[in-house]
Design a protein around this ligand. Structure first.
Ligand code: FMN
Length: 190
């Protein structure tokens, strides 16, 4: 129990990757394990797309940045990131070698919750194996696009839930603990 709590508390989002690739089998093993989550009515409503290769991912990054810039006015939550998006060197996937995209079947009522748990499991499994992982919300605009989904072979009824990058961290951690302190929260004890 102590080991697992330590794992949860030491996980951090990784934004700096080495060029070492991940084998398809390694990614498949992580995805297999990540699907052992509860799901509403046990529907297990997920569909995965895996994109590997930094060049391919760079082109999706460029497309996402262009699309965000064109829609900044409609997306106030992106204003704080404008500087990053305008930076030609900024890659929203941080040169990770692989992206696992979790799509959820919208015909299944709880699909967003179910698929989010799978995405979090990927984070924990990556942490356990010494890999780096990060949910990339900046990719939501393009990966939810019907034309992009069609190109990726995603059935129409599946909607984007979680794009998660995976890879080997570029450098060893300076500390074993997560540097982002948790904010205070309220508990109403009744
Ligand atoms: C829904 C969601 C979207 C996120 N989008 C991004 C993103 O686009 N780019 C990024 O660098 N990190 C992204 N993150 C990672 C968060 O920034 C990170 O989890 C948060 O800063 C806390 O840090 P920690 O994960 O290291 O504890 C996202 C996380 C979540 C859950």
């Amino acid at each position: 129990m102590q080991v697992f709590e330590t794992l949860i508390k030491s996980r951090i989002s990784c934004r700096n990757f080495s060029s070492q690739e991940l084998k398809q089998e390694e990614i498949k093993t992580l995805i297999d394990a990540a699907t052992w989550v509860p799901s509403g009515s046990n529907n297990q409503p997920w569909h995965f797309v895996v994109i590997t290769g930094q060049d391919k991912l760079r082109s999706y990054s460029d497309a996402a940045k262009t699309a965000w810039l064109a829609t900044l006015e409609d997306n106030p939550h992106m204003h704080q990131y404008e500087e990053y998006i305008r930076d030609p060197d900024y890659n929203i996937f941080y040169n990770a070698p692989a992206l696992v995209i979790v799509y959820g079947n919208r015909e299944s009522y709880w699909h967003v919750y179910d698929c989010s748990m799978v995405a979090y499991n990927l984070h924990l499994l990556a942490e356990e194996k010494g890999l780096g992982c990060c949910w990339i919300g900046f990719a939501h605009n393009i990966l939810a696009e019907p034309a992009v989904k069609r190109g990726l072979g995603v059935p129409e009824q599946y909607e984007l839930v979680a794009p998660v990058i995976l890879g080997h961290p570029a450098q060893a951690r300076s500390s074993e603990s997560n540097p982002n302190p948790r904010k205070n929260f309220y508990i109403n004890w009744l």
